[in-house]
Design a protein around this ligand. Structure first.
Ligand code: MEV
Length: 433
């Protein structure tokens, strides 16, 4: 076991790498080459990436792919996706084309409210606190004016501030529960700054005017945003579902709807169903420089809002019309954060024609819906392994550094044979003998 190191963050990048090589690697040269291979030769660009986080030693690449032909509210988009999982981009592109030919996706932002809370403890009488809060509320809001000025000029700001009594859940626990409109910013810094100011002003006011004190525990935004909702939908007549892979649209539509209904009632299936949706959502969230952990946390909380984890998508067949839709909470930004810093985020946003946060919510929801459509279409028809193994085949061929000729030969072979890891290895070995 290595000794603990103090002052690691103060070391230079080369010193940090040197320490890692000395501590963990026998073949230091190979390890160093590997790390350096991933450095960008453009030093300015490398420095930019080095400074995104602490203790950076190199870059960790993910592929950035694109899925074209997304018709959303009659505008055509090519969607950027940063993701490592093979077949996600292919499935998105296929679903996009399928729905392009059937009128495309309709998307609508339902609400855009963000939430933040000051959590505090108070041992006194609630009614006293409540009436005091009402008198001091305008002062609390006014105390943030230096933070909210610009946001207010653009039409956003603090929407409301409430005192909430949580003492039945936890002794002496209360909150200032605030709601915000942060427009095109995800708003984390804005919200957290306002909350810390509320906490400071509230503490001072209570100390000066009430006999009982409060203890501020913390001030932080919530990533649960059940009132920041976007809806995306596709629909067509059942007969229009007919395609190369769907020979009997009636049976397809019924099975597809059952698959969605299963995810609505069965949490084990719902988690995987929603995971497939998040394949699309996260890939676009990441490509556009947004916080996919925040989105994940909020989306899954929303999926369990009725007490049991359930599907984020729904399906309906009515009067011969097949309708499939998603409703998810998405707190996204198209300004601030990484959006003006990371060159590939800038590229992605420009490719999406500089969307507002609302536009991006619609695009991301559509990507999730498309991904789910692709997964359920495969699962209820051919099964997913056929497509997955095709992509997997390519990964194995690359692992074995197959030449172009070897690839052509082996891909041809597996058009009529089942792809398994061992079968591919065997085929490569046979070819190379
Ligand atoms: C795999 O990444 C995602 C799927 O499992 C989603 C699903 O089962 O719906 C295919």
């Amino acid at each position: 076991m290595p000794n603990a190191i103090s002052g690691f963050s103060k070391l230079s990048k080369s010193e940090k790498i040197g320490w890692l090589l000395d501590t963990y690697f026998t073949d230091k040269k190979a390890a160093l080459t590997l790390v350096k291979q991933y450095w960008n030769t453009d030093q300015k660009l490398q420095k930019l990436h080095d400074e995104f986080i602490e203790n950076t030693i190199t870059n960790y690449y993910l592929p950035l792919g694109v899925a074209p032909n997304f018709l959303i509210n009659d505008s055509l988009f090519t969607i950027p996706m940063a993701i490592e999982e093979s077949s996600v981009v292919a499935a998105a592109s296929k679903a996009a084309k399928f729905w392009y030919d059937r009128g495309g996706f309709k998307a609508e932002v339902i609400s855009t409210e963000k939430i933040g809370q000051v959590h505090f403890m108070y041992e006194g009488d609630f009614e006293k606190l409540e009436s005091f809060f009402e008198t001091v509320k305008p002062k609390l809001i006014a105390s943030t004016s230096h933070i909210t000025k610009n946001m207010e000029q653009r039409g956003g700001g603090i929407l409301d501030l409430e005192l909430r009594n949580k003492s039945e859940d936890l002794n002496n626990y209360y909150q200032l529960h605030a709601t915000f409109e942060t427009l095109d910013a995800m708003g984390a810094n804005f919200i957290n700054s306002c909350l810390e100011q509320f906490a400071k002003t509230f503490k001072t006011e209570v100390e000066e005017n009430l006999e009982d004190d409060i203890i501020i525990i913390m001030s932080i935004l919530s990533n649960y945003v059940p009132n920041c909702i976007v809806r995306a939908e596709v629909s067509c007549s059942i007969s229009d579902l007919k395609s190369k892979d769907i020979s009997n649209p009636e049976i397809f539509a019924q099975k597809f709807k059952q698959a969605v209904n299963i995810a609505e009632v069965e949490p084990f299936r719902a988690v995987t169903h929603n995971k497939g949706i998040m394949n699309g959502v996260d890939a676009v969230v990441l490509a556009t420089g947004n916080d996919f952990r925040a989105v994940e946390a909020g989306v899954h909380a929303y999926a369990s809002r009725n007490g049991s984890y359930s599907s984020l998508t729904h399906c309906n067949i009515d009067n011969d019309i097949f309708k499939f839709w998603i409703e998810i909470p998405l707190a996204l930004g198209t300004v601030g954060g990484l959006t003006s810093l990371h060159p590939l985020v800038k590229f992605s946003l420009e490719m999406l024609e500089k969307p507002t946060a609302k536009d991006l919510m619609q695009i991301v929801a559509v990507a999730g819906l498309a991904q789910n459509f692709g997964a359920l279409k495969s699962l209820t028809t051919t099964g997913i392994q056929e497509g997955h193994m095709k992509m997997h085949l390519m990964n194995i061929l690359n692992q074995f550094e197959a030449s172009v000729d070897e690839k052509t030969n082996i891909i041809e072979h597996f058009k009529t044979n089942v792809v398994t890891h061992s079968a591919v290895v065997e085929a490569i070995e046979k070819l190379r003998k």
